[in-house]
Design a protein around this ligand. Sequence first.
Ligand code: FE2
Ligand code: FE2
Length: 153
Amino acid sequence: MSRLKELREYVDEELNQLPEDKRVSATAHLYGVSLAATILAKKRDLDEELAAMAGMLHDLHAYKSGSYDDHAHLGAGLARNILEKLDLTTMEETDTICSAIYHHDDKLVTDSPMDELLKDADVIDHCFKDSSKAVKEKEQVRYEKLCEELGLN
Ligand SMILES: [Fe+2]
Ligand SMILES: [Fe+2]
């Protein structure tokens, strides 16, 4: 089984414990960000598998706890525990994934390429899952840069 599939099976089990209304939106978002992250990784010549794995884990803490308070930082710790338990990644890969999750809510600053990739994948899912909705102010600049990068203007 691929590492990504194994991680997804673990995340699916965690999500199955949520009430149905939350489970559906949480699953859609984590898989949506994971897909967007894969596409951006291919475009930016970054590791597609690690990008997809970061997407699958990035908001899990918020869903499990029911709170977005400090969810990026707390989520990085949760992701580290999960990755160490599953033993799918090297220490360096775990650090890369956890750094991206740690920084993913800092949409107004620029961090490492993989950190930026996860922020952008999050913005893609937020903005494109219902394009009739207005783009949030804090995501506007990233959204416009992404449209330019992907030739969507
Ligand atoms: Fe988040
Ligand atoms: Fe998210």
